[in-house]
Ligand binder design. Structure first.
Ligand code: CO8
Length: 239
């Protein structure tokens, strides 16, 4: 059911599956992928049949080895429009999706790959996953939200060490610093993610949306306002 070129979009049992599908280029994030993700994310957000989203990647070696280096950083300055298109706010959209998104992470999870994973709600990694933020080595800083999302998820010192040194970490270390929820053997990655998704999808849809909204929006609010938000959402569900 997918006309996309570099991603696959499928639906099964109220689960929306988005698969990054450029395995020969280690699923590097290019403009085409940006455009197709934008479309697929809007589709899952609006589709009443989809209760929960699974983000995964094709091929054995990588979830995503970062931005496509043959496109990114190579556009000459006059091609500003192209750059703007590259920056079309797929990351903002990721963070606004009302439905739970679970990332299934394997192999290389680098640069915009790790940043994409950070935009998800639950992260499950296979034991072969390697996480890194190599931007500093390219003389740039993360531009897909990583400087904000990583320290919001893991402690400041760990986030800064990854950003400033570019050191890659293993799945076990990612689990230790709470960057991922759990680590499973490679063969069990998708079944483990589907197991979580199957529990979630059987819950009331409005309650799911409200729970995600309460947590995601609430984290950016002072506690008193967060509690007000929770009360509003709880009332909404009651009546
Ligand atoms: N872009 C384009 N092609 C890539 C990328 C990439 N990021 N990574 C790998 N590939 C390609 C290789 O060119 C190669 O293609 P080919 O077979 O045609 O030669 C193929 O994938 C396989 O790669 P390797 O042969 O290099 O595989 P190895 O197992 O030897 O090495 C590595 C794997 C270590 C992951 C290595 O490929 C590598 O270092 N890749 C680059 C990683 C990187 O620096 N990524 C960019 C991070 S910076 C970033 O993501 C900026 C985010 C800013 C977001 C802004 C919005 C866009």
């Amino acid at each position: 059911m997918s006309d996309f070129e570099v991603i696959i979009y499928e639906k099964k049992d109220n689960k929306g599956y988005i698969t990054l599908n450029r395995p020969k280029a280690l699923n590097a994030y290019n403009i085409k992928m940006r455009d197709e993700l934008f479309e697929a994310l809007n589709a899952v957000n609006d589709d009443p049949e989809v209760a929960v989203v699974i983000l995964k990647a094709a091929g054995e070696k990588a979830f995503c080895a970062g931005a496509d280096l043959s496109e990114f950083l190579t556009a000459p300055p006059p091609v500003a429009a192209r750059q703007v298109r590259f920056e079309r706010d797929v990351w903002g959209l990721f963070l606004q999706i009302k439905k739970p998104i679970i990332a299934a992470l394997h192999g290389y999870v680098l640069g915009s790959g790790i940043e994409m994973a950070m935009c998800c709600d639950i992260r499950v990694a296979s034991d072969d996953a390697k996480f890194g933020v190599p931007e500093m080595g390219l003389g740039i800083i993360p531009a897909a939200g990583g400087s904000q999302t990583i320290p919001r998820l893991v402690r400041r010192g760990y986030a800064l060490e990854m950003l400033l040194s570019g050191r890659w970490i293993t799945a076990a270390e990612a689990k230790k610093i709470k960057m991922v929820n759990r680590v499973v053997p490679r063969a069990e990655l998708l079944p483990a993610v589907e197991k979580i998704a199957d529990v979630i999808r059987n819950h009331d849809r409005t309650a799911l949306t409200c729970a995600k909204q309460a947590v995601v929006e609430g984290l950016d609010l002072p506690l008193s306002q967060g509690l007000e938000l929770e009360a509003r959402l709880a009332n909404l569900l009651r009546y």
